[in-house]
Design a protein around this ligand. Structure first.
Ligand SMILES: [Zn+2]
Length: 276
């Protein structure tokens, strides 16, 4: 189903091609979606792998007139420049945050904003700003089919990594709540298969994060002021210790959210404590 180079027809308007970059962070590989037929929109062109760019171009050719990037991590946007060069399509997205996690080659020709719509005779795509995984993340909602291209805001089969400071847990949860307001039928994630019960999924994700947050608070309650390294194994006792390096980043994201909400404080030696 995720064979690289093979286009899968998912719905009347949408086809999917998966890039040949499978891995622990990317699942079966990055999904590139093609929307429409006469004028085609590409969502998340993916990594700059020649065979993947060729496969997209073979299917869409010069009918590709828009290229959307949900965000600028290295598995999402680096193919955009080359594909735009081949097709003359406009590049739609938000400029990358200036850090080593983001693809600095991505230069949008259209700087997207929340609520902006893009119409063609057979599709209307609405941009929804969904910061959290990274600040410049947008989801794209296909109005005709109630399908949302969720990028890395929602993944099928793995937990979204939130790395501060470009990632923000408070924004992430608020963006999930915003997504739930749309008339969703199906979620098309950048990694993994379609998700058919969107509201159950979104509510489950919010509940999962809030449950973890409760565990952070309970741990601080129990052991008092402490560092991230000291508390990670207690908060993530259900997660394999080999993943605790990632877990520490998520834990920091939870603590920063609680700090903004004035529920925890941080001392100058990086010890976190509950505000009572
Ligand atoms: Zn990402």
């Amino acid at each position: 189903m995720f064979e690289p180079g093979l286009a899968v027809q998912l719905s009347p308007l949408v086809r999917r091609i998966t890039a040949p970059n499978p891995g622990p962070m990317t699942g079966p590989g990055t999904n590139t979606y093609l929307v429409g037929s006469d004028e085609i929109a590409v969502i998340d062109p993916g990594p700059a792998i020649d065979s993947h760019i060729d496969a997209i171009f073979e299917i869409g050719g010069s009918a590709i007139s828009r290229i959307f990037c949900t965000h600028t991590h290295s598995d999402h946007s680096p193919a955009a420049a080359r594909l735009a060069e081949l097709t003359g399509a406009e590049l739609i997205g938000a400029a990358p945050p200036n850090d080593r996690f983001n693809d600095q080659t991505f230069t949008p020709t259209v700087h997207v904003s929340d609520g902006q719509t893009f119409t063609e005779c057979d599709y209307t795509i609405r941009a929804v700003h969904t910061p959290g995984h990274v600040g410049n993340h947008y989801c794209f909602f296909l109005e005709e089919e109630g399908m949302v291209f969720a990028g890395d805001h929602v993944m099928n089969g793995s937990t979204v990594v939130i790395i501060p400071p470009s990632g923000d847990m408070k924004h992430y949860i608020e963006s999930l709540q915003a997504l739930a307001q749309l008339p969703l039928q199906v979620i098309a994630p950048a990694h993994g298969d379609l998700i058919q019960a969107p509201l159950d999924e979104i509510n489950g994700l919010i509940a999962h994060r809030l449950k973890r947050e409760t565990k952070v608070i309970d741990t601080l309650e129990r052991i008092g002021a402490t560092t991230i390294s000291q508390m990670v194994s207690a908060v993530y006792d259900d997660v394999d210790p080999s993943l605790h390096t990632w877990a520490k980043l998520s834990l920091e994201a939870h603590l920063l959210k609680l700090e903004v909400e004035m529920r925890v404080s941080r001392s100058s030696d990086e010890r976190w404590a509950l505000i009572k």
